[in-house]
Design a protein around this ligand. Structure first.
Ligand code: IMP
Ligand code: MG
Length: 374
């Protein structure tokens, strides 16, 4: 049964019996590896309390139990800052210390712990972690005993919490995705230089396929209209005809996706503009069990683009549409930085080029044919 904890819904991920079976295996392994050693299990509070209690009973050796309490998480995101809440009271000098953790995520906490424990002069230090998220891990140290490797998704249960609740669940649960993966989504990157007709074609695609328009330009302008700090920052870059930094963009995109329910897919318009952004987008989507179906590029020669942009500038009032120099800069930025994105999707077999010169409906029919194939 799904669990509602605070505002979030979690689904069963690893059963009680699977956990127990795995912990017994780890216990047997530790029993073989440390016979004759002066062994201390150092439980990291609070998260490891269940793992530690099951693990210690699965180890058939004399051992001591010690605790250290640290804290680093708030909500479902690591704060990246580790705080020691209660230090070690026991003598670890000359002993074999196994750090017992609930989870190694970014690895920041464990990195801190390894340094902290060195101060107590143990003979050797090993790591036993119930869970490990290899995709989030940023360090090089070895993890000696790992219960389960899991994807980079937030989990609760068996000691792990979401804002202090969920630790007493005997099973492990993972966050339910905010986008339902029951409906097949068509997530499309619509691609083309400024003036290629992305806006017009997007509108038609939205109507026909029930998609949601996701234009980073629009998102920035919305933030600007509302006077947010993010908006002011974005405007500074946009006025100069430059790209807005990736972290800002990805954060805004993820927010927008999270706030949209039951969409049949998103049209990414004006984003991603670099391969770095494309990779970050893939990663972010993957964490929500979503993916890009394909990229469609509208192909329009440079001279026609310049004419179209200037014409648009007369009616839209957009300052960046009216100045020759700024138009030139935007086209150059597009050519230099954005074209590699096409190769990125081409390498995945997800790239289609469409002739963007001609009647709007003609161009739309050509696009529809591609979208139907997704
Ligand atoms: P790290 O420093 O990023 O490796 O994070 C380690 C700590 O963050 C763990 O000891 C947990 O308290 C917490 N944590 C990391 N991922 C999760 C999760 O998916 N659910 C609950 N807590 C987590
Ligand atoms: Mg913890």
């Amino acid at each position: 049964m799904n669990q509602i904890i605070h505002d979030l819904e979690f689904e069963l991920f690893i059963s009680d019996s699977k956990i127990q079976e795995r912990v017994k295996e780890l216990g047997a392994q530790i029993t073989r590896d440390f016979r004759g050693k002066e062994l201390v299990l150092l439980g990291i509070l609070k998260g490891s309390f269940l793992f530690l209690s099951d693990l210690c009973r699965a180890i058939d050796l004399p051992l001591e139990i010690s605790f250290l309490r640290i804290s680093s998480y708030h909500g479902t995101q690591s704060t990246g800052e580790v705080k020691k809440v209660a230090g070690i009271q026991d003598d670890l000098a000359g002993k074999t210390v196994i750090i017992v953790e609930d989870i190694v995520d970014t690895g920041i906490s464990m990195d801190y712990l390894l340094k902290e424990i060195e101060k107590y002069k143990p003979a050797e230090v090993r790591i036993a972690t119930f869970l490990y998220k290899p995709d989030a891990f940023r360090f090089k140290y070895a993890l000696d005993y790992v219960g389960f490797e899991i994807p980079n998704k937030f989990v609760v249960g068996y000691g792990l919490d979401y804002n202090d609740l969920g630790r007493n669940l005997p099973e492990l649960y993972q966050l339910v995705n905010f986008q339902s993966n029951k409906i097949k989504m068509r997530n499309i990157v619509l691609f083309g230089p400024p003036g290629a007709g992305k806006g017009t074609q997007s509108e038609k695609l939205i109507k026909k396929y029930g998609l949601t328009h996701l234009s980073t330009g629009d998102l920035f302008r919305k933030h600007l209209g509302e006077g947010t700090e993010l908006g002011k920052l974005a405007q500074k870059y946009m006025n100069e005809g430059r790209l807005v930094p990736d972290e800002v963009v990805i954060g805004m995109v993820e927010d927008k996706i999270a706030a949209t329910e039951n969409s049949h897919g998103f049209i990414f318009d004006g984003f991603p503009r670099t391969t770095t952004q494309a990779e970050a987008l893939d990663k972010m989507l993957e964490s929500h069990q979503m993916e890009i179906a394909g990229m469609i590029a509208l192909d329009v020669p440079e001279e026609i683009l310049k004419e179209r942009i200037k014409l648009r500038g007369k009616t839209s009032g957009r300052v960046d549409d009216q100045d020759d120099q700024k138009i030139q800069t935007r086209i150059k930025v597009y050519l230099d930085e954005t074209l590699p994105v096409a190769s990125y999707y081409e390498a995945q077999g997800k790239f289609t080029k469409i002739n963007g010169v001609g009647e709007i409906d003609e161009i739309f029919d050509a696009i529809s044919e591609v979208v139907d194939s997704y």
